[in-house]
Design a protein around this ligand. Sequence first.
Ligand code: CAA
Length: 291
Amino acid sequence: GLFKSYFHSSAVTQIKQLGVVGAGQMGIGIALVGAKVAQLPVKIFDSNPEQIKKGLKFMDELIVKDVSKDRITEEEGNSTKKRITTVKDISELSDVDFVIEAVSENVDLKRKLFENLDKVLNKNSILATNTSSISITKIAAATKRSEKVIGMHFMNPVPVMKLVEIISGLTTSDETLNITKKLATSMGKICTQSQDVPGFIANRLLMPYINESIIGIATREDIDTTMKLGTNTPMGPLTLADFIGLDTCLAIMKVLHNELGEKYRPAILLQKYVDSGLLGKKTGEGFYKYN
Ligand code: CAA
């Protein structure tokens, strides 16, 4: 009775509502699989209303395509849309059980956000970050609930890619880990677990590969064709870098460089592209031009 429920109230055991912070390509993808696959109500927050508008439009297009390709019925498309709402203030996330943060890859921004989320959220709620390289332990330390903070790293494009890397920080509880794995599974994903190390598994291996492709071994086309046809990967490294976003690639390389040393120094040309605002597919131009 009361006694038991008192002890069980220490954590959320069933997620009834999801929150997503950040309406960029990752946040929107996460919100979509949360609503469509896990069938959870999802609240999205982004401090930039323009980004929310753009994100929702993109999500609508993905849902329309799912329906037109008979992957879901029109009714399922409509109910998916109905499960997704947007909020104007972070305090409106107070009733969600699980928040996934997907803002840009900046440690100060993420720590500030986690500090604020910690203040407004129910004390039992779990706070996950989609960081691709920043220490979970460091982000968790900005809160008073570090046992309920965890890394949940989705791959781009989220609706298509099967993987989620899960990363416990130094003090993340097993209960938080188990709930997070269950959530990822209900979103249709397969989980791997990484140590809380710079870049985790995926970016520790992927980013040095991309960075190494920016040092001028051959033409961009020959570099990409070699890796695409020579190693059966869907995109060559330069195309993939454009697709991920050159600013994101640079931010991750900087974390690897700072934490792990000289071997990981970002390519000079990568920095130049970012400085010039050529960030890849999202800005219409990176190593290649897009329309
Ligand atoms: N959001 C949702 N769906 C998307 C999408 C996006 N941003 N981009 C592409 N897709 C969908 C397409 O709409 C298409 O769906 P349909 O089947 O409905 O048509 C599907 O993906 C396949 O796309 P295409 O047929 O156009 O092209 P493709 O066969 O080349 O597949 C791809 C596209 C899935 C992106 C494929 O090229 C691929 O797997 N590329 C490598 C992706 C990758 O490595 N991602 C990991 C990046 S690293 C990362 O994310 C971690 C990090 O921290 C940086």
